[in-house]
Write a protein that binds this ligand. Structure first.
Ligand SMILES: [Fe+2]
Ligand SMILES: [Fe+2]
Length: 457
């Protein structure tokens, strides 16, 4: 059934009979379809779902009785109104027609006024019956929906609610639901956002809007998190907005719990990393607070250079762990009271590769691997272990390289006192473009000039 123009299917094997019916009905404004045989009728009817079928009885291949019987056993056509058009006027033929499911009869020759009156009445009754059945089904669907359904008029006032919506809204105050604006049941801070979504839907700017928001708190409840989906609707021929209100407090609570657990695990990771870094410093003996200072300064440079949150977390972790590969360096080399031999240097220079091997095994540290692996690479390609050059060196490692050297030179070492700041700055500037990435040097020196130094642990 189409909602726009009622459709009438005319089934008759003779062209002249079809033409007669066509000329009688075309002024009624129906959409007219034709089947020229009994066999064709069910095919057209299934495809088009007409509002009424005018069915000739006497047809050669399949007569009207058989067509009618077939239509009635086809589920989607079992209730389509059928008027049998027959030259037969005897009682037996009519009884047979009723037996196979015809709703009414018209005798040939056809009386125009009678045809018009009967088609109009049957179509009107049938449409009313279908619409009413649809409306009942729709209302049942609304009533049974586990989600709240609220119908709003064009002014935003509540026209209809189902039980689930009432269970959510009624405890929120003494306000009667019918006629009340739905936004008044939301937290005050949420109302403007809801109204904007409502306006977009009622004006046709958006077909659908969805927002997560909060209902008011009642005497016995905390504010309930809800998701409201708004869609444009028609209610008793007026524009309306249908709102599906879903309680998502369970989902929100699960999200909060997941975030809490994530933070807990992340913080446990970071404490582990920092403890490990401290253990490394204690073994190195001369680096009190080095890990924490270089981590802070690297993070500051990364922030100014606009790196993302996740990259910054990995820079911080990588900075803490930059020399973890020294775990594999024997004490006699690590603590040698004098310059290293060529052979000892070869061993010492393995520490970035050792770090790579170690950290590659730990999934949450894998993204932080670049600093421990590449912190001795130099901008001009003269570093180790791979001799990477320029932007081949990951940015995190380029940032870290200058910070590591700056902190080492600024701290007291076994055989050398701490350098004064101007000397350290001059060193960094002089090695811009050779050891260090010039862009990073610029940001770094700017920080030294303008910001207080990050406090040591
Ligand atoms: Fe190192
Ligand atoms: Fe270092």
């Amino acid at each position: 059934m189409s909602y726009a123009v009622p459709t009438v299917l005319i089934v008759d094997d003779t062209l002249s009979a079809r033409r007669t019916l066509e000329s009688l009905l075309k002024t009624e404004g129906y959409r007219l379809l034709f089947a020229a045989s009994g066999a064709e009728a069910p095919v057209v009817a299934v495809r088009e779902k007409p509002d009424l079928i005018l069915l000739d009885v006497m047809m050669p291949d399949m007569d009207g009785y058989e067509v009618c019987r077939q239509l009635r056993v086809t589920p989607e056509l079992s209730e389509v109104p059928i008027i049998m058009v027959t030259a037969l006027d005897d009682r037996a033929s009519r009884l047979r027609g009723l037996e196979v499911g015809a709703d009414d009869f018209l005798s040939k020759p056809i009386d125009w006024a009678e045809l018009r009156a009967r088609t109009r009445t049957i179509i009107r009754l049938n449409r009313y019956r279908l619409l009413s059945a649809q409306r009942q089904r729709y209302e049942l669907l609304i009533r049974l929906s586990p989600d709240g359904i609220v119908m709003l008029n064009a002014a935003g006032g509540i026209i209809l609610t189902n039980e689930a919506a009432e269970a959510l809204l009624i405890p929120l105050g003494n306000r009667a639901l019918r006629g009340a604006p739905l936004q008044l049941f939301l937290l005050e801070t949420e109302q403007a956002r809801f109204l904007e979504a409502f306006d977009r839907v009622i004006s046709g700017q958006a077909p659908l809007e969805r927002l997560e928001t909060w209902l008011l708190e009642s005497a016995d409840t905390h504010p309930v998190a809800v998701e409201i989906s708004l869609g444009r609707h028609q209610w008793e021929e007026h524009p309306a907005v249908q709102c599906l209100v879903r309680d998502i407090s369970g989902r929100k609570a699960a999200e909060l719990e997941r975030n809490r657990l994530f933070k807990e695990v992340t913080s446990a990771y970071d404490v582990t990393i920092e403890t490990l870094a401290l253990a490394l410093e204690l073994r190195g003996k001369d680096m009190g607070g080095h890990g924490r200072r270089v981590a802070k300064m690297s993070v500051r440079i990364a922030e100014i250079m606009g790196l993302g949150e996740e990259e910054i977390v990995n820079i911080r972790r990588g900075a803490f762990l930059h020399d973890i590969g020294k775990i594999a360096i024997p004490d006699e080399i690590l603590h040698k009271p004098g310059p290293l031999s060529a052979e000892e240097w070869t061993i010492m220079r393995r520490h970035p590769d050792v770090a790579c091997e170690l950290l590659a095994q730990i999934s949450f540290l894998r993204p932080a691997i670049v600093i421990p692996c590449c912190h001795h690479e130099k901008w001009d390609g003269s570093g180790y272990p791979r001799g990477l050059r320029g932007e081949e060196i990951p940015l995190a490692a380029r940032i870290f390289a200058i910070v590591d050297v700056w902190d080492a030179l600024s701290s007291e070492r076994v055989y050398e006192p701490a350098w004064p700041e101007p000397k350290v700055i001059a060193y960094c500037r002089n090695h811009s473009g050779s050891h260090f990435d010039p862009r990073v040097v610029e940001v770094f020196l700017d920080i030294l000039e303008k910001e207080p130094l990050p406090a040591a642990a």
